[in-house]
Design a binder for this molecule. Structure first.
Ligand code: G3P
Ligand code: MG
Length: 228
């Protein structure tokens, strides 16, 4: 099973920071997940819509200027731009970029070719996901080679059909709603199944037993040990 460090090794370091990502890579993780928001014309790596209570800032992240955001930190770690974080990670992992917030698809479409040509990522190392499936449609239409993945929280009436509509690589499911039917429907459509957020040993072993292809976990080192 593939292990994604969820928001980096976020069980040990402030989530979605360079520190959390590098720690995950140092632990041997080959895949990481992160969340992005748009601020002015720049994509930033941060999970919530609101800066508080997770950071030293207050208010909606989208309501800030880039200059104001530069002064905000999470336990002393700055909020990185997507570019800064992608440039910092060594060795280059598989990166699941989750589009959050408003209007994040278009700036990512602009950045995507530069991640490949300037930073050396391959299209196979960039997996774009979102709960907003319309963002993914935008990405896929602009960048047919991009790997996209719908995030799904429950069990839709048509199971994993959204994956077909998006010509997706994988479907990302919530551990709280996962069923064998959903997993086998996704597999029959040729989709990989990656499940979030799986931290408990019992759940990790259950995912393995169900034949899921990967998990998102805040403790990538622990997951590795459990699966060895
Ligand atoms: O991408 C998997 C997972 O991160 C989705 O939920 O809220 O943790 O971004 P969330
Ligand atoms: Mg996420």
């Amino acid at each position: 099973m593939l292990i994604f460090a969820h928001r980096g090794a976020s069980g040990y370091a402030p989530e979605n920071t360079v520190k959390a990502m590098q720690l995950a890579l140092d632990m041997g993780a080959s895949a990481v997940e992160l969340d992005i928001h748009l601020v002015e014309d720049e994509l930033y790596v941060f999970h919530d819509r609101w800066l508080d209570p997770k950071s030293s800032g207050k208010g909606l992240i989208s309501g800030h200027s880039k200059a104001a955001l530069a002064k905000v930190s999470l336990d002393g770690e700055p909020i990185p731009t997507l570019w800064q974080l992608m440039a910092a990670m060594q060795p280059r992992p598989l990166v699941n970029i989750e589009l959050k917030g408003e209007n994040t698809a278009e700036p990512l479409i602009v950045l995507y070719p530069r991640l490949i040509s300037e930073l050396g990522y391959t299209s196979q190392q960039l997996l774009i996901s979102s709960f907003n499936h319309r963002y993914l449609l935008e990405v896929k239409q602009a960048l047919p080679e991009a790997l996209v993945a719908p995030l799904v929280e429950g069990v839709p009436l048509d199971f994993a059909a959204c994956g077909d509509k998006l010509d997706a690589f994988s479907i990302h499911l919530d551990v709280n709603f996962i069923t064998e039917e959903m997993v086998s429907d996704a597999h029959s459509r040729g989709l990989k199944v990656y499940v979030y957020t799986v931290d408990r040993e019992q759940d990790i072993l259950w995912m393995q037993q169900m034949g899921v292809d990967g998990i998102f976990t805040n403790y990538p080192d622990r997951a590795q040990q459990i699966l060895q």
